[in-house]
Design a protein around this ligand. Sequence first.
Ligand SMILES: O=C(O)CCC(=O)C1=CC=C[C@@H](O)[C@@H]1C(=O)O
Ligand SMILES: [Mg+2]
Length: 366
Amino acid sequence: MRIVRIELHVIEMALKTPFVTSLGTVRNRSGIIIEATDENGVTGYGEAVAFSTPWYTEETTQTCFHLLKDILAPLVINHQFTRPEELHKRMAEIRKNPMAKAAIDMAVWDLYAKTLNKPLHLVIGGTRKTVLAGISIGASTVEQLLEQTNAALKDGYSRIKIKIAPGRDLDRIRAIREAFPELSVLADANSAYIDHEKELSALDDYGLQMIEQPLSQDDFIDHAGLQKRLKTPICLDESITSFHSAKTAVELKSCRVINLKIGRVGGLTEAIKIHDLCLEHGIQVWCGGMLEFGISRAHNVALATLEGFTIPGDISSSERYWEEDITLPDVKVKDGVITPFKGPGIGVSLNRKRLEQVRKHYELLE
Ligand SMILES: O=C(O)CCC(=O)C1=CC=C[C@@H](O)[C@@H]1C(=O)O
Ligand SMILES: [Mg+2]
């Protein structure tokens, strides 16, 4: 099979609730929805999940647009392939830029599953009938955090993730523990403790499920030393940008958990390889979120049906973020779980009316 047409839709939507992290606040979310159509007119969907500024990783919506339009689309259009992994390999000639590559890799997997007329989660070997839903709360005050946690529990979420930074950690953790002593809670630092490593020991006695990426975003050594000193499992997010980096983390014992994001690691092909590595080495893995739109969210649901996803991830309902998402149907959490879509591929279609409303730019590549 071969892709004969790629369409890029650059979109932007305001988040219902601003998302506050140790690195800044996200109010508006831009992204790129990609359609890849083959010679028989079958179309697969992908999404470039980079933010509009390089606060989380070095990629942005603009860098992804440039890579997709000028480098990656010309590399894959009209290139014969039988399996998605072959195009992923072809894109490996281009260095880094995982989120741009992931957009195409997601679309190719969706297209491939549709040509088999099978749901993507079954094509990749998913065994879970439902996916455990967790929720990441980016709140600026303790009161807002408690409020949003209460609402999350009412919506059936069984685990919450909070954002921490030096001087904004113990107050939050103590408040959550006091109000919800049994709740499964993890804390995401987004590398905020690089020069405050000693302050992390104070967080070690609150039964946190894990502490996510406390140190430098390209580190393995310091996290390995920290993991030896802490009871609480370390989870790596930004450090894990490829299968090789996951292998490094496993060999150096830098973490006991990995937050797996399809965009950050360069696509579903790589994410599946990292999942298999974690399963082999007893490293817990969960599906992280990127405040994304419905296409990437639907790919996350498919990924999280794999055997190794034993704990809730950051996949929550689309309606938490958007007045109206760009897919039909959108992702819905019910009683703390998400049921994988039954249709071929990712099982959702584009809500074209909504896509037009929020689209800033369109590019047709053939
Ligand atoms: O998509 C979600 O609901 C979770 C998003 C989330 O927690 C994150 C997305 C991107 C960067 C960070 O702020 C954080 C993370 O590091 O996991
Ligand atoms: Mg994180």
